[in-house]
Design a protein around this ligand. Structure first.
Ligand SMILES: [Cu+2]
Length: 117
């Protein structure tokens, strides 16, 4: 079910991108993030409220989670696959994205700080 929901999200995201492109709007800025035991690289990203960005996320080792409820991000990062997550933050703040897929002893330390200005 989770996978189906992710596919639906991906479809919606790609439709949004297609619609924006069709209107002549620019492609959203892409931010590349890598996950590995037990960190995200980079460990902090900065977004702008109301500005759409595309997070391009991969895992370098095992399956990790990628979860941040305020931005409606909830996906698994399977090694060998690239997840493209389009987000448009609606509120300013500092948020902590976590790995929510148990990946080993340092799992609880796997955090990505998301600053929205
Ligand atoms: Cu983990």
């Amino acid at each position: 079910m989770k996978y189906a929901r992710f596919l639906a999200l991906l479809l919606i995201a790609s439709l949004v991108v297609t619609a924006r492109t069709a209107q002549g709007a620019e492609e959203p800025h892409a931010i590349v993030i890598k996950a590995k035991r037990f960190e995200f690289v980079p460990s902090t990203i900065t977004l702008k409220k109301g500005e759409t960005v595309k997070l391009v996320v991969t895992s370098e080792d095992v399956t990790h989670g990628f979860f941040l409820r305020p931005l409606k991000i909830d996906t698994d990062l399977v090694p060998g696959e690239t997840q493209q997550i389009t987000v448009t933050p609606q509120s300013v703040g500092t948020f902590t994205l976590i790995c929510h897929h148990f990946c080993g002893s340092g799992h609880g330390n796997m955090k990505l700080t998301v600053v929205v200005e």
